[in-house]
Structures are given as structure tokens and as C-alpha cells.
Design a protein around this ligand. Structure first.
Ligand code: ATP
Ligand code: MG
Length: 400
């Protein structure tokens, strides 16, 4: 019966809506092309696997198999192609798992050879990152730029070579609390490659000479396990401007960094990326700064992003805000950083709970008063932006 209905519906749509049918056919062709591309990606992954490039293979196979799986689940693949798709999916997943094992083995071998490499693998290699691009509000053009400069080249390293090779170093700079660290982590999550998160506390060591050895080990391990991303947060605290009374250890650390960074810049075949973040770019050593060919300013959220941010943070909280009120709030939040906005929203959401603490234990969660525009006005009065307008202007002036 259902089938009949479906058939007659299709027939109806055929006779009455030729344009609709044409559009459907076009969509189907596009879908088939996409599936073919995924098959090609899986084949490419197999080539990497056969060449012993396990991390490349894993990245490509993981990405293509998971997209293929979601296409199958959503019934986007025609019945004729489905058996082939299932077979490819099985191969892709099996090989990706095998690659994972090989990579773990390789890590163990590297760690056994050198104690500094072992320390890097144990302390700085991040295995699971949950941050996705969707969680980062606004910054659309930056996400696009990152997709082109770093994400796609990792998924199709065979295409992005020579003049198309991606840059090796990207620096995120900008006022505090606007998503630099968040973006770097989301990038690493997207490419599913080895991700090393290094901080001053790892590199600044008690014994002279250890910091530079760790720096060298970091680049060595990243090179051996490529494609990989090294993320140096608050880079200004590790690689600050050279001064006369600078400690010997810090000078040697910088020199080692420059040598290692030049090492990864020298070949466009290798896939070791460096992402660094700072809110004080003016403090970074000039030679270090020069080596970052791409510098991206992560600025305070603009009006549209502020509206979206408040909306998204309030989406799971009972409130009676109208669209117009949301816009008024976003207007008032000019000059606030993303994390300041989060603090304002948090404060506004706390107000209804503060009205009468004695009922907190007895009240039903649905009966809590809805968050209102007044709560926001109070919160904005209370939570001030990290940087005043004047501080912000001075701050931005420093970069130019
Ligand atoms: N674009 C954004 N979308 C959603 N949340 C954001 C965004 N930017 C920042 N946040 C929120 O603010 C917090 C701080 O962001 P993050 O640590 O990335 O800032 P940062 O730019 O690295 O700051 P700092 O210069 O102080 O290191 C995040 O944990 C997140 O909750
Ligand atoms: Mg940060």
C-alpha cells in the first residue's frame, strides 16, 4: 500500500511538476558524484596505507568512511550502489583500525628510543579533543580560511603540493577570550591528526639544556608521526623578545625553536603544522614572528556574532526574551569579549535563582522564573568587559 502511494506520488510529481523532478534528478546526480568522491578518497587512503604512511591513511580513511556511513544511514545512496558502498565502508574502517594499531606501535618505538620524545608523547600529545567548529560562534571567514589553508590540505595531501602547499605556521593573535585556543583545538579535531599541545610549563625546565632538548624532541616526534599539528598556546611567554639580561636557557630554547621550525618549512611534502596563539604579539621575538607566514587576528565578536552567542547560550534556558530584546542586549555588549559575554549570560541566568534561596530545594525545575531582559540589564551593569574601550583601542594600535 505504502509503495503504491509512493509510486503514485512519484507519478503525480512527474506529471505535475517537471521542474521538481528535474531538480530531484540533479540532486541525485550530485549525490552520486559525492559518493564517487568518497570511494576515491577511500582508495587514496589505501594507497597511503600500502606506502606505510599510516597517519595519512588513517586521517583520510577515517574522514571518508564516517561521511560514507552517514550517507548510508540517511538513505542517500541508491540501491544499486549500496552493496559497493558497504564493501568500501568495511574496508575503510578495517584499514583505519589497522593504521591506528600501527601508529600506536610507532609511538611506543619512538618513546623507547629517547626519554625526551617519551616525555613529549606522554605529556603533550592530546588524544581526544571534543571541540568542533560548530561550537565556535561567529568567525565564519576565519573558519573558511582555516578550512582552505590547513584542513583540506590534510585530507588531500596529494593535491595540495608545490605552489598549492599549505603554510607551515599560523599565528592567532588578538584580545583575550575570543576563541584563539578554541579555534586551534577545533582545527586539530577536524583533521584528526596527531596534536601536540605544548605550554610554557612543559618547556621551561629546572635544568639548563632540558627545555631545548624537549623542543627538539617535540618537532622530531611531530615529524615522525605526521600529519601533525603542534599547538603552542601563549607563545609570547615561551618565545619572548630577546633582551640583554635574558637567561641562557631561554636564549637556547629560542634558537632551537628557530632551527626546528625552519626544518619543517623546508619541504612542502611534509605535513607538520605549527599553530600558535597569543594575546601579546608585540612581546614575541621578531625572528619567531617573521616565520609565521599567516597571522590571523581573532577579534572581539561583531554585532551579529554577539546576537548569535547570546541566543545559543540561552537556547536551553527558560527565558522570555523577544528577538528585539536579544538585539538590544547584543548592542549593549559591544566591546565585550566572547568569554565576557558568556560571563554576562551566566550572571543573568543566575538572577532568577537568587530571588528566594529558601525554595531552591523544593522548587520544580520547570517552575523557575524565566530569564528576562531586566536580568540581562543587571548582569551587564555587574560584569564589565575585560578591556575598556581605551585599552582595546591601544591594544589594537599595537598590532598595526
Ligand atoms: N567564538 C566563540 N564562540 C563561542 N565561545 C567562545 C568563543 N570565543 C570564546 N568563547 C568562550 O570563551 C572561552 C575562552 O576562549 P579561548 O580560551 O579560546 O580564548 P583565547 O582567545 O584563547 O583567550 P586568551 O588570549 O586569554 O588565551 C571559551 O572557553 C569559550 O567558552
Ligand atoms: Mg588562549
Amino acid at each position: 500500500m505504502q509503495e503504491e502511494l509512493l509510486r503514485s506520488d512519484q507519478q503525480n510529481s512527474k506529471s505535475c511538476f517537471p521542474i521538481k523532478q528535474e531538480r530531484q534528478m540533479q540532486q541525485q546526480t550530485e549525490q552520486e558524484d559525492q559518493t564517487k568522491d568518497l570511494f576515491k578518497m577511500i582508495d587514496q587512503g589505501m594507497v597511503y596505507y600500502k606506502n606505510g604512511q599510516y597517519t595519512f591513511a588513517k586521517v583520510v580513511l577515517f574522514r571518508s568512511s564516517s561521511t560514507l556511513l552517514s550517507q548510508i544511514k540517511q538513505n542517500k545512496i541508491s540501491e544499486q550502489v549500496k552493496p559497493m558502498a558497504l564493501e568500501k565502508l568495511q574496508d575503510g574502517v578495517r584499514l583505519a583500525e589497522y593504521c591506528n594499531k600501527q601508529i600506536t606501535q610507532k609511538q611506543q618505538q619512538i618513546a623507547q628510543k629517547d626519554p625526551y620524545c617519551q616525555q613529549i608523547i606522554e605529556t603533550s600529545m592530546i588524544r581526544k579533543i571534543d571541540i568542533s567548529f560548530e561550537e565556535i560562534i561567529g568567525l565564519e571567514h576565519i573558519k573558511n580560511q582555516l578550512e582552505e589553508t590547513i584542513i583540506l590540505p590534510n585530507l588531500r595531501p596529494d593535491i595540495y603540493t608545490g605552489i598549492r602547499a599549505p603554510p607551515k605556521g599560523i599565528l592567532f593573535y588578538g584580545p583575550p577570550g575570543n576563541g584563539k585556543t578554541l579555534l586551534a583545538k577545533a582545527v586539530a579535531n577536524q583533521i584528526k591528526c596527531c596534536f601536540f599541545n605544548i605550554s610554557a610549563s612543559t618547556l621551561v625546565q629546572k635544568h639548563i639544556g632540558e627545555g631545548e632538548k624537549l623542543m627538539k624532541a617535540l618537532f622530531d616526534v611531530a615529524f615522525q608521526l605526521q600529519p601533525s599539528v603542534i599547538f603552542i598556546d601563549e607563545i609570547d611567554s615561551i618565545l619572548s623578545k630577546r633582551s640583554q639580561n635574558e637567561h641562557e636557557a631561554s636564549r637556547r630554547l629560542k634558537t632551537e625553536f628557530l632551527i626546528s621550525f625552519d626544518g619543517i618549512q623546508s619541504s612542502d611534502q611534509d605535513r607538520v603544522f605549527l599553530i600558535a596563539a597569543t594575546n601579546r604579539p608585540q612581546d614575541i621575538d621578531d625572528a619567531v614572528l617573521r616565520r609565521f607566514t599567516v597571522k590571523i587576528l581573532i577579534d572581539q565578536p561583531e554585532y551579529k556574532a554577539r546576537v548569535e552567542m547570546v541566543k545559543s547560550l540561552m537556547s536551553k534556558v527558560k527565558n522570555n526574551l523577544t528577538d528585539q530584546q536579544l538585539q538590544q542586549i547584543a548592542e549593549k555588549l559591544k566591546g565585550y569579549s566572547a568569554s565576557d559575554i558568556k560571563a554576562v549570560v551566566k550572571e543573568a541566568c543566575m538572577t532568577p535563582l537568587r530571588a528566594d534561596r529558601s525554595i531552591i530545594f523544593s522548587i520544580h525545575s520547570q517552575d523557575i522564573k524565566a530569564v528576562s531582559k531586566d536580568d540581562f540589564d543587571l548582569a551587564i551593569e555587574k560584569v564589565k568587559p575585560t578591556l575598556s574601550q581605551q585599552q582595546y583601542e591601544e591594544y589594537v594600535k599595537n598590532f598595526k
